[in-house]
Design a binder for this molecule. Structure first.
Ligand SMILES: Nc1ncnc2c1ncn2[C@@H]1O[C@H](COP(=O)(O)OP(=O)(O)OP(=O)(O)O)[C@@H](O)[C@H]1O
Ligand SMILES: [Mg+2]
Length: 372
């Protein structure tokens, strides 16, 4: 029996919960020629959503081509060009029997060599060292190749904030140029660094200013998530109470990754009857198996930082960590020290700020802190 609660990647719509509104917003943007910047906290479901959308676009035979590129592992423009070209070439090869012929111009334009992996037989590109201007030329070659196919293309660039770390500073300006030059190509820029992405797209001095619609991905609706979980237990002939699911979804803050992980573990117990007590035991087990990580977190923090994150975890969400009653209740140091510790925790992405509240980023860590 396959576990229906995926922890990585995307399989099919059946294992994907909701996101109907977001899919329709993305479709609307694509069909009306707008670029989209998709922003959310980590592990809330950006990549899943893009893959889900692409699955539909591919199924619908909508004649819209898709290209998904994750630039997380890239450190410079040259790496990005390699990533885009390999994804494009692998994808074209699957679609077209005339692949080599179609690709030869592109590859010679990129001044790369096409090699075939002797074991897998799949094509790979070999690039020599390239200067910044050569890499920009390559990027130009790639987009003009795609643009000249005269087919609508949606290119998703995941972890887009990564370009901020590239030594080359022209990348944003070039993306803007491509996006204006090739109306058949629409972009989805996706990432979790809210500040970096917002600055790129809303700062009047930046090339991307107002060139993309911002879509903030929020949590899945709790009732829809509860029903989704109930459905998957039920079709697999496992009984579970809907109210129990809902309560645990809430305890998990309806945070996609943590909900998936928790119910993946519960499902894996392979019991006919899934009681509240079993859920409690699973939560205990999950926190226990991660205890070393949590202790490691603790060792990486100063005493003030740890006392503060512990207090935030215990409260689950805090509006004003430097308020007198909060400091007193948790026996914390003076407000000025709290401000310093809070900034450090935000900087380290141990804590996040959302809708006026501070929360611990790793939700299992938050649950563990509550148990201290
Ligand atoms: N709507 C959904 N229904 C069911 N599972 C989902 C859904 N969205 C995402 N997931 C699952 O939740 C986990 C996290 O999702 P995903 O990797 O898409 O998040 P992300 O926002 O891209 O994270 P990161 O910021 O780390 O890249 C994955 O295991 C994914 O399979
Ligand atoms: Mg992702």
């Amino acid at each position: 029996m396959k576990n229906p609660f995926l922890l990585y990647g995307y399989k099919d719509p059946n294992l994907f919960c909701d996101r109907e509104l977001e899919v329709s917003k993305l479709n609307n943007a694509i069909n009306n020629g707008r670029n989209i910047t998709l922003i959310s906290l980590r592990r809330l479901g950006k990549t899943g959503l893009i893959k889900h959308l692409f699955h539909h676009l591919e199924q619908d035979k909508s004649a819209i081509e898709t290209l998904y590129i994750d630039i997380m592992p890239t450190n410079n423009l040259g790496d990005m060009v390699k990533e885009i070209s390999s994804v494009l070439i692998l994808q074209e090869q699957k679609k077209s029997k005339r692949f080599l012929q179609n690709m030869s111009d592109l590859i010679s334009g990129l001044k790369a060599k096409l090699l075939f992996n002797p074991i897998s037989g799949s094509p790979e590109l070999e690039f020599g060292y390239k200067s910044e201007s050569e890499s920009l030329n390559d990027l130009n070659t790639l987009f003009s190749y795609i643009g000249n196919l005269k087919k609508p293309y949606v290119i998703a660039i995941d972890e887009f904030q990564q370009i901020n770390n590239y030594p080359e500073k022209q990348v944003e300006a070039w993306f803007r140029k491509f996006s204006q030059e090739y109306p058949d190509i629409r972009f989805i820029f996706s990432g979790s660094s809210k500040h970096i992405l917002e600055a790129m797209f809303t700062n009047i001095n930046r090339p991307f200013y107002q060139s993309s619609e911002l879509l903030y991905l929020d949590r899945i609706n709790t009732d829809n998530y509860t029903e989704f979980i109930h459905h998957h237990f039920t079709v697999n002939k496992k009984s579970i109470k809907i109210d129990d699911i809902k309560e645990w979804v809430k305890i998990l803050d309806t945070y996609t990754f943590y909900v998936q992980y928790f119910f993946n573990k519960l499902f894996a117990q392979n019991k006919k009857n899934n009681t509240y007590k079993m859920m409690y035991e699973v939560s205990h087990e999950v926190l226990k198996e991660r205890e070393n990580i949590f202790i490691n977190y603790k060792n990486l923090l100063t005493n003030n930082q740890f006392q503060l994150i512990k207090a935030i975890g215990k409260e689950e969400a805090v509006n004003k960590p430097n308020a007198h009653h909060f400091i007193k209740k948790h026996n914390l140091p003076a407000a000025s020290s709290i401000n310093t510790a809070l900034n450090a925790l935000l900087e380290k992405q141990m804590v996040y700020h959302e809708n006026g509240q501070y929360k611990v980023y790793d939700h299992f860590f938050s649950m563990w802190l509550r148990s201290l």
